[in-house]
Design a protein. Structure first.
Length: 79
């Protein structure tokens, strides 16, 4: 079976299916700095999506674009 190429539309559909669920985010901040975050996908917009941190000490909302996932700067795992 042929693997589907990763496109912005495919990524957007996958994130729409994960909306409202808690996921693990791995963010590449450059210079070998990788942050991990447990968050809930809050909203899905045309060119960006927002996540809200599930930590009790950090209650923040972050915004990422679908291109961040396409380029490998952000990885999402729904364990």
């Amino acid at each position: 079976m042929k693997k589907m190429p990763n496109t912005v539309e495919n990524i957007k559909q996958k994130i729409m299916m994960l909306k409202g669920q808690e996921v693990n985010l791995y963010i590449n901040r450059g210079r070998r700095k990788i942050s991990s975050l447990r968050a809930r996908i809050e909203d899905v917009y045309n060119s960006v999506f927002t996540v809200k941190s599930c930590s009790t000490d950090i209650n923040s909302v972050y915004t990422y674009s679908y291109n961040d996932i396409l380029c490998g700067e952000v990885k999402i795992s729904n364990d």
